[in-house]
Design a protein around this ligand. Structure first.
Ligand code: CA
Length: 227
């Protein structure tokens, strides 16, 4: 699961350079040339992170960020602002509108990658390859293995993704539609009851270890993972 990163930048050579560096680092990168293009792309394929240029034609990066952060659907997408100006004022304004981080141009691809990694680790640990451990339950995204107390739990690909999401988003209730968005992606049309099918399979795989109760049904609301 490569993290999807949207680069909002009107200057094509800069956008291409960033996308090239991101693709080399195994990110799934796509670009937008202005606010309108960005809005459309965010709606089509919600990114895991947005790199937002401050200077955009018509609607500025800061205005667009404010708009995204003000909407229920997009407020959780982290934004790293790119700016040519290193002024403290801008930084304060950026942080005030909810930007997660700030990178001043010119930056090295390496610096940018490091910032992206930190943010993704914080807000979307399910798209990183970090090993996740909850008590004796250990999930390794790189090797696609799950173990409980050293014993392997065999999971199908969807159950694996689901468990990965849950383990990185503990103690929060997710509705079926939210799980579909976050685990299956918003571009696929799947009925909500499919979620129940995969939850059932996941619980069955966890049952021999008596840890199936980690996945809790919250009546009328959805599901919650509790370690
Ligand atoms: Ca620009």
């Amino acid at each position: 699961m490569a993290a999807k990163i949207l680069v909002v930048e009107d200057e094509a050579p800069v956008r291409d350079m960033i996308c090239f560096a991101l693709s080399k680092a195994d990110y799934d990168c796509f670009g937008a040339k202005d606010a309108e293009d960005a809005r459309r792309k965010v709606a089509e394929t919600p990114p895991d992170l947005i790199l937002m240029d401050w200077m955009l034609p018509e609607v500025s990066g800061i205005e667009l960020t404010r708009e995204l952060k003000g909407s229920e659907l997009t407020r959780e997408i982290p934004v790293i602002m790119l700016t040519a100006r290193g002024e403290e004022d801008d930084k304060v304004r950026g942080l005030e509108c909810g930007v997660e981080d700030y990178v001043t141009k010119p930056f090295s691809p390496r610096e940018l990658m490091a910032r992206i990694k930190v943010i993704l680790r914080r807000v979307a640990p399910d798209v990183t390859e970090d090993i996740i451990q909850v008590g004796k339950l250990v999930l390794n995204p790189a090797s696609h293995r799950v173990e409980y107390a050293g014993q392997e739990i065999t999971l199908g690909p969807t159950e694996f993704k689901l468990l990965h999401f849950f383990m990185t988003h503990q103690e929060r209730v997710y509705s079926r539609s939210r799980l579909l968005d976050r685990v299956w992606g918003t571009n696929v049309y799947i009925e909500e009851r499919t979620v129940d099918v995969h939850i059932r399979r996941l619980r069955m795989a966890m049952e021999p270890f008596t840890i199936d109760n980690m996945i809790q049904t919250v009546r009328g609301a959805g599901y919650r993972f509790s370690g």
